[in-house]
Design a protein around this ligand. Structure first.
Ligand code: ZN
Length: 251
């Protein structure tokens, strides 16, 4: 029986029968794969923690007829703290849903795997303001998926300029000249600086990024629209986040 070794993060799962599960794993080595976890829902199963959403484990897998099956697994990180806070849990669900949407089988997902795992780590430790972490994750993920917003040259004519306008569909800043013929939204130059800071800083340095609330609000709004336009779907988990915020149960 030939086996492969992967490090994988559980993006989601469906329960099968009384005790089994099919996991969708984002792996560092083999892209996104479906894995059958036999008996993982039994209370005494050694796989139980590795088969929960968000968990990162080292897996040894073998190929069955259509799916991989787990031979053995070793839990590396469960991000247990995420489950203690409803807002963190909802953001973690959004981050994994977004990663699931932009990845596919046989794609090289190593950098997306690392970004998601690190983002869940910082989210679980609550050391970076959640809004800044979310903007950083979104812009980095879009960038890794081929949708890096154009921040330094006009997205229509390629000219360098001082930019104060953005076009969501073209995915970047628009110079004043092109803006005469293209619909744009206003963007503060500090929002651009904020985006560049997020794109080029590692997550561990996000705490050094200072942003005032008006700029953050603008950056968050434009980035959400940008993600929705280019990914082409509304995220159930984001709807839930907004409901949680509206309830005012968490700050
Ligand atoms: Zn232009």
């Amino acid at each position: 029986m030939s086996t492969i070794k992967v490090q994988g993060l559980v993006l989601n799962h469906i329960n099968v029968g009384e005790a089994d599960r099919i996991l969708t794993l984002l792996t560092k080595e083999s892209g996104k794969i479906k894995v059958y976890a036999r008996g993982c829902r039994r209370q005494k199963s050694r796989m139980i923690s590795s088969c929960e959403v968000f968990s990162v484990s080292n897996f040894v897998l073998y190929m069955g007829t259509n799916l991989y099956y787990i031979n053995s697994c070793d839990l590396r990180e469960s991000f247990y703290e995420l489950r203690k806070d409803l807002l963190s849990l909802s953001y973690a669900a959004y981050f994994t849903e977004l990663a699931d949407t932009v990845t596919y089988e046989n794609m090289d997902c190593k950098n997306i795997f690392l970004l998601l795992a690190k983002t869940l780590f910082y989210l679980s430790k609550q050391k970076i303001p959640i809004g800044i972490l979310t903007c950083a994750y979104q812009i980095k993920l879009m960038s890794l998926s081929g949708y890096r917003p154009l921040l330094k040259k006009c997205a229509n004519c390629g000219k360098d300029d001082k930019f104060t306008k953005f076009n969501i569909e073209l995915g970047g800043v628009i110079c004043d000249n092109c803006a005469l013929n293209i619909e744009t939204i206003k963007m503060n130059s500090k929002t651009l600086e904020f985006y560049s800071g997020l794109l080029f800083s590692p997550l561990s340095r996000l705490n050094t990024i200072k942003v005032d609330n008006t700029i953050y609000m603008e950056a968050d709004r434009i980035l959400s629209e940008f993600v929705q336009m280019h990914i082409g779907k509304k995220f159930k988990s984001m709807v839930f986040i907004n409901t949680v915020k509206d309830l005012g149960t968490v700050k």
